[in-house]
Design a protein. Sequence first.
Length: 314
Amino acid sequence: MMKLTCGIILNNYYILQNIIKLKPLLLKFNSENMLITKFDLYKTEWLDLVFDHRNKNYGAYELRKTYGSTMAKAMGIAFAAVALLSTASIIFKAKPKEETLVKMITVDLTKVMPPPPKNEDRVVEPQKQQAEPVKAAAPTPASTIKYTTPRIVTTEVTTDPPTITDLNKSAVGSETVKGEGTAINVPEETNHGGGNGTGVVEDVGVHTLGETLEVMPEPVGGAAAWAKFLQKNLRFPPAAQDAGVSGRVFMSFIIEKDGTLSNIKVDRGAGYGFDEEATRVLKLAKAWKPGVQNGQNVRVRYSIPISFQLSTEE
């Protein structure tokens, strides 16, 4: 009983002592509205009071004691990281991107070797030869008997007129002719044809650059205008740009009689999107000047190479 009483008294003493220590740190009240004006839960004096007679080497005391500096460091690191990321993003966006240029190779279109012609491409109808008129064979002279008009004369006529039998065997003529043929009436030929002999057969086949034409097809404005058109419209494929490769595509097409480009094909591709890009641009091309043969426009198959090269590859 005595020990319990002493324990209670000792405990009350500690409580009273803590209250006395807490007095200068306790809440300060405003005399007018009784509101809290200042209260720092992590102040050293408050921590010493709370952890009085306790193990201060434990983590809770150390964490509370260094809370302010730890929070300041954490906030500083966070703000620094945000500032660093923002600055890097601004610099990356402001940095000019390296332009990828498509290096164009000037090609002399008159010296491009065409691919071997395909049998199905060239279908030329044989020229129709104008039939020469067949000269009629000279007829065999037919027997004719001179027709004599009957008249009255005073002298004796020594020549007898032809009989009916002679007239049935020979034709009547202006004089008497002995012959072996049979007498027939041949009407004079009056129809010699309505043409003037200058007709031209339409050329529906497909010619190639290997043939000799009167006028070779060419782009409007010449090779310089064609190279400028390709350089303006060609775009380097993203797949090839990512892979860092260049390429060369061999294309072929037919220049129709009106100059338009048709049957656009890839003869030898390079992959990485080069084939599709070359085909797309050729479909945008305007009509060429068509080829001419025998005074008329003809269809011509054309072949050209298109090169793509990164600007870093010199």
